[in-house]
Design a binder for this molecule. Sequence first.
Ligand code: ADP
Length: 398
Amino acid sequence: MNVLVINCGSSSLKYQLINSDSEEVLAKGLCERIGIDGSAIVHQPAGGEKVKSEIDMPNHTKAVQLVIEKLTDPQVGVITSLEEIDAVGHRIVHGGERFAGSVVLDDEVLAVIEQCNDLAPLHNPANLIGINSCREILPDVPMVGVFDTAFHQTMPKKAYLYGLPLSYYEKYKVRRYGFHGTSHRFVSEEAAKMLDRPYDQTKTITCHLGNGGSLCAVRNGKSIDTTMGFTPMEGLVMGTRAGDVDAAAITFLMEKEGLTPQEMDTILNKKSGVLGISGVSSDFRDIEEASEHGNDRAEMALEVFAYKVAKRIGAYASAMNGVDCIVFTAGLGENSGSTRRLICDYLGYLGVHIDSYNNSLRGKAMEISAPDSRVRVLVIPTNEELVIARDTKELLDK
Ligand code: ADP
């Protein structure tokens, strides 16, 4: 089955065409600056070069149309007609409390997803626009939605309730939801396979460290806690997001600086994190380089980041009454041996020992813990698109 996987943002649309039987990626690409001047599509067939075409894309429907054109193009295409797209799998950010797993998308389900827009005003409306555009262009092709929040719906109340008046949860559903669920699920399953252990009898802490970052405690195949909360702002210090801050510091700053809620939100989401601390960049590569050249603020940013991750690992080891395995994934987790080292240096009390040579390697799933390490430590490249293709196939095969 050929599954077109779509990840739609407000001005971008990423796609992959995956053969869900062989799990081969046939082609992938990105439409950028949709609805903005200078829009372009970058398309790459498997084994081929990236091809960039600057084409006006006033809306997402036009973007989907272009994706289909590229996929069926005689030169750079990988299929001969639209008929070879058997299904579409969509990434959806927020499924609220309604979706604990992936679903086949129909009018009824879409109406429920729309009700979750309030919880993710920046993301869900864009996801829905992507879905509606695909339905317009591929009206007879079945579609599935895969939610970032779904994997964390197994969190118990004690993990997802804030210490706020309960009425706010009851009235507005203000609670912790967690994100990156597709990635945490994928790497925790892969980890169990790599260790040759039953997934439902393994305690894993997954560290998804990219521009945005979150940790997840996966006990016996179920998320029991994660660092992101009501929004992807909570938890770790991230590229540009502040992560946990005393809520009173926020109201204090708003008063001192006369900031509106929107202005404060922009500071917390776009100007904070390792960018805010280092003053260098939100990109960890730039910060690592600056730190190596003696920039104290860059060094401090890396230390704050690693310390926070290490503290949460300790917290989750205690929440699960032990840990068998720690997994690093996403841009930073997969590529930065020095960050993994900084974090793991705190974990000697758990019996974590890192093999320096393996920790210096890149680009594949591997174990980086030494043979005498009591907790196994793995690096596993995440693959959210593959999960979306697998879920789509599984649901439609039923
Ligand atoms: P997202 O999907 O959240 O946008 P990614 O998972 O692509 O992010 O991760 C991006 C982050 O990974 C960037 O901050 C980048 O600095 C970091 N990164 C990627 N490669 C490396 C590397 N070789 N060394 C250090 N950091 C890296």
